[in-house]
Ligand binder design. Sequence first.
Ligand code: ADP
Ligand code: MG
Length: 650
Amino acid sequence: ESAVFARRDTKGKSKAGGIDYNSSEFEWSGALEAKLKEVFGHDSFRLCQEGICNASMDGRDVVAIMPTGGGKSLGYQLPALMVPGCSLVISPLLALISDQIMHLHEAGVDAVMLTGATSKEDSDRIYKRLQAMGSGPSVGPEIKLCYVTPEKIANSKKFLTALDRLYKAGKLARFVVDEAHCVSSQGHDFRPDYQKLSTLRERFPDVPILALSATCPAQVLWDLTKTLRMPKLTMASAADVDGTVLFSTSLYRKNLHYYVLPKPAGGNDSIMAMRDYILNNHRNDTGIVYCLTKKDCESVAESLTTLSEGQIKTGVYHADVPDTRKEMLHRQWREGRVKVVCATIAFGLGIDKGDVRFVIHHTLSKSLDGFYQESGRAGRDGKDADCVLYYRAQDATRIASLTYGERGGQEKALAMLAFACDVEECRKIQFANYFNKSSKLSFSSWATAEEDTLTRCGHCDNCTRPPETLEHLGVRGRVAAWQLLRVVEEAGQELTMAQLCDLARGLGGGSAKEKEPAAAAKGKGKGRGRGKEKAYVDVHEVAGGKVELSKEQTETLCVRLLVEGYLALSFSSTAYTTNVYLKQSKKTGRFTAFSREDIEAGKGPAFDCAFVKKTAKGRKSVAGAGPSSAKNANGTASPEKPKSTRGKRK
Ligand code: ADP
Ligand code: MG
């Protein structure tokens, strides 16, 4: 029934001698498109789908990086139906697998899954069918797609033996590694069982591998090709005959509207801000609130329900929620009985709900990759959706302490902070700069066309913010920065951010000791500065006077100094907590080598700090000044009508 196609076709060869997999001139091209319509009901290919199918049909190793919702699954499902044998799909999560199986069965595709949740009966039947396929000419229809979790490969001898037989009979068409970034400990979803997938190539050297992911910085990409034993990467448009064919599309999704909103200091105030935001902008919409800890999930969900008097129907999802409850939540969420899931990042892989209209981050993510991935769970249906990050400077030390000890953790946290505290640059351009820099590979870029990368999106918070709501501190900010750095130099001990701000604002001195515990130990009660003696500096002596800024502004300034490298982080760990301190960096002297008069006269490094002005109505209205009002302010980007104006970069 499935036509058997020859492996390589000369028509696809490009002039350079490589093969152009993006062309539609392969011998199977017509049949591929017909099957796309017939089985999946799609009129045309999206993004790199056709190229991925071509390279797969050609028996190549493939890495495909496409945004969440881009349609990666089709890249293996369609070819699987065109060639003899069974494609084995390794996917990290049960929920993800069940969902795919359901869709495939609806389309009439013979797909099965073997997971911990498969009944003995079902698995016996599946093994029997696999065995039949592995013993000569098949009797009955072939299993075209078999889904497993990585544990099956890592732990099941029985399963590997079944694969051996398929392999010997030439019926193992392909290995598909979905969410392939889980292979890398550098990624944000590392799964140790994924590393055991190295067996695949060792045991079945001739079976091509397809690795799929939505975010893949260079390091992760490198890790995954190495672990999966895939050969060197080659570009899809002019592919070498022996490399791994790499496909990547722009990661930019223009239906997502990014906003960073101020997070009020008190716990309750911040939930009230979120409640107002949800009720004003997404009253009956489906959404996710990402929280940093399991405890946060519970308390945020409870407070949102209480403070909205039950108008916001919340659910909770994190690693400690029992499996049966997780499944129930998934169901309630799909059915709309739960609207807003308060979750840790454990909730994500495998969400196949297209109509998530908003994703809120209650606290910063630990990295910008993570933030991109998590916020990207919004708007998978391609319609407009909001991605909102609630940010306050104090959260900086919180994520810093969580990333302590992780390789590269600090750098990642700083990139997240830089994004959060930037009130001017277009969010799209910030992502572009980050992904282009962190990938260091031109082909794994945020946006494919350079021109597009440099065009402001026109609809994020920073693009829609009226200029008059921004306050540039200018010389005042430079002087304050210089003062903060002088205090750090003269303090004689490392300071928490709260201590530094207090000292610089002339509030520290003798009372620093009482102030310490709350700031240093997050309520654990045992926090102490690194030195036993209290921090004391005479701000008049060392910095020519107090910093004349509000507490919040001073904290924001600290974060800016940290992000730009004028301050550095240091940590001290106790059994209970990791305390975070600010200390001098190699760059501190670039500021403090100058006198205060020099700084005032415009000498020294370039540094400007801008703030969003508070409205006269006070804190409540600031918190409520969310996306809707930002959009209304210039009327270019309402949630229903995507923007038409794409402003050029200033
Ligand atoms: P990913 O794995 O990249 O996040 P999926 O493979 O789950 O994305 O696909 C997301 C959605 O896009 C699915 O609902 C799928 O049916 C749809 N889709 C995939 N390819 C096409 C296409 N060529 N045309 C229209 N819709 C498509
Ligand atoms: Mg997917």
